[in-house]
Ligand binder design. Structure first.
Ligand SMILES: Nc1ncnc2c1ncn2[C@@H]1O[C@H](COP(=O)(O)OP(=O)(O)OP(=O)(O)O)[C@@H](O)[C@H]1O
Length: 466
């Protein structure tokens, strides 16, 4: 066993000679074996080995006794031992998480803090090949993304150094043999037999059945984890490049847009990863109710090249397909961001938030050509002052020749205006909130209503430069 671990350490470059290494020790067979193994290597590799044991205070006297036992063994073995206690129950109450997750977070926080405090290069944990098998099979039944099968990593960056797991190349049986051979004492965690915990159920009921077919399942699982890990690393990098090439971000990073075609012409493997990268970018923390159904809806939506449709994701994240372009933005932030309401006197010059300007003046002769960007309003047909505002729910307007009124939303749809632009669109109303001009698209008054000698208001729209 010693030799296979040394080869594994070499293959993955897990340890440098002359380094400082903290070992997480629960008192169980795996971490006691790991501590013993590294202590044995100490002199030859000029290592400084430190044991770190954390009492989760979950099994009453038992867990306190585990810690005492580790401290005692370290004392006898001339090893430095750091002991901590954490209050898992209190953390659970404050953060509303499971006992397992609370214990893990607290443990890893201590690992990180001690790594920094001791100036250690590594934290080593006793996970082994059977843990890897269990993890892979547990994920197989629950997770539908391929990166889940990377399994438990052999090595990863952690705090100011690296987290390593040198025992992933051996199984429990080999560890128990090593422990016996070297007369290493250990404590048995009684909860390991309790099949109400999912991991224990897999360990005690499922995996033994699979092992009947392949005694060396732990080797297969470790290889699978490593090769999939390499594949995933490559694909993740390609997806990151794809995202950089395809998407546009707005300046304050709350909106992402891309052209459907540019996205869907990439391989599906990258599209799926790009989708997850985009969500990670937009959400501070991924919402719990985000599911594979959203993913399916997203991919159905981006296939459409026509029309203007959207789907809402959790926390008001809107995914909008607008005539061949996708926009992702938080719809609850839009009104605050874009809405405005400004009075317009006559004469006046008003600047809009996007830098566009509207001027108003009194005219009594047809001075220049009437275009999309100006309007003549008979003064006695409106209530003054005028207003310029963004849309409100249910806005409607009418014009010469139209029977009844038409929803502004339908005018925008007919003109193929993307929904997110409609929130910024300037609308001129009179003092009774009658819509006079949906700028650039519809006017309530036609130019034939101009009447020489009668007072008229001329409004002109000058596009912004922003
Ligand atoms: N209370 C603890 N204090 C410090 N490190 C811990 C503690 N509990 C677990 N670890 C570390 O995390 C590794 C994996 O823990 P896990 O609970 O999955 O396995 P375990 O069956 O408890 O392992 P062991 O046989 O060492 O007890 C352990 O081998 C050990 O390195």
């Amino acid at each position: 066993m010693k030799q296979s671990i040394l080869s594994f350490i070499q293959k993955h470059q897990l340890l440098q000679e002359g380094s400082k290494i903290i070992v997480g020790v629960s008192g169980g067979s795996d971490s006691m074996a790991l501590l013993h193994f590294l202590k044995d290597l100490q002199e030859k590799w000029s290592l400084e080995v430190i044991a770190l044991t954390i009492d989760h205070q979950l099994r009453g006297e038992d867990s306190t006794a585990d810690q005492k036992f580790v401290k005692q063994w370290c004392l006898q073995s001339d090893l430095k031992c750091i002991a901590h206690q954490v209050d898992v129950g209190e953390y659970q109450r404050q953060n509303q998480v499971s006992e397992e997750l609370a214990a893990r977070r607290l443990r890893y926080d201590i690992y990180a803090a001690e790594m920094k405090k001791q100036g250690a290069d590594y934290i080593a944990l006793g996970h082994h090949g059977d843990d890897q098998v269990e993890t892979l099979f547990m994920r197989l039944t629950r997770v539908a993304t391929s990166n889940a099968f990377e399994g438990i990593p052999v090595k990863r960056s952690f705090a100011n150094g690296q987290l390593i797991r040198p025992f992933l190349c051996v199984n429990k049986q080999m560890i128990l043999h090593y422990v016996k051979e070297n007369e290493i004492p250990f404590r048995e965690d009684q909860t390991n037999k309790d099949n109400r915990f999912t991991r224990n159920y897999y360990r005690n009921e499922i995996i033994p059945l699979l092992k009947k077919n392949n005694e060396r399942l732990f080797v297969t699982a470790q290889r699978l984890s490593e090769t999939l890990g390499e594949d995933e690393k490559y694909l993740a990098e390609q997806a990151r490049k794809m995202v950089e090439e395809v998407i546009e971000r707005d300046t304050n990073s709350t909106k992402i847009s891309f052209v459907n075609q540019a996205f869907i012409e990439r391989p599906h493997a990258l599209q799926r990863r790009a989708y997850h990268l985009i969500l990670n970018y937009l959400y501070d923390t991924l919402p719990k109710d985000l599911s594979h159904i959203h993913e399916e809806k997203f991919f159905a939506l981006i296939e459409r090249q026509e029309g203007n449709t959207y789907i809402d994701f959790p926390l008001s994240l809107r995914v909008e397909n607008s005539y061949g372009k996708i926009h992702l933005y938080f719809s609850n932030q839009l009104p605050r961001q874009f809405a405005f309401h400004l009075p317009l006197q006559v004469p006046d010059r008003v600047e809009l938030p996007d830098g566009a300007q509207i001027t108003s003046e009194l005219v009594d002769a047809k001075t220049d050509k009437i275009s999309r960007n100006n309007i003549i309003i008979p003064i006695d047909s409106v209530a003054l002052p005028l207003h310029i505002r963004t849309r409100k729910p249910g806005d409607r307007m009418t014009w010469d020749g139209l029977k009844g009124t038409k929803k502004l939303k339908d005018i925008w749809i007919d003109a193929k205006i993307p929904a997110n632009e409609r929130d910024k669109w300037p609308i001129v109303t009179d003092d009774n909130d009658k819509i006079i001009w949906l700028i650039g698209l519809r006017k309530a008054f036609g130019s034939n209503q101009f009447c020489q000698g009668r007072e008229q208001i001329k409004l002109s729209y000058h596009k912004g430069t922003i």
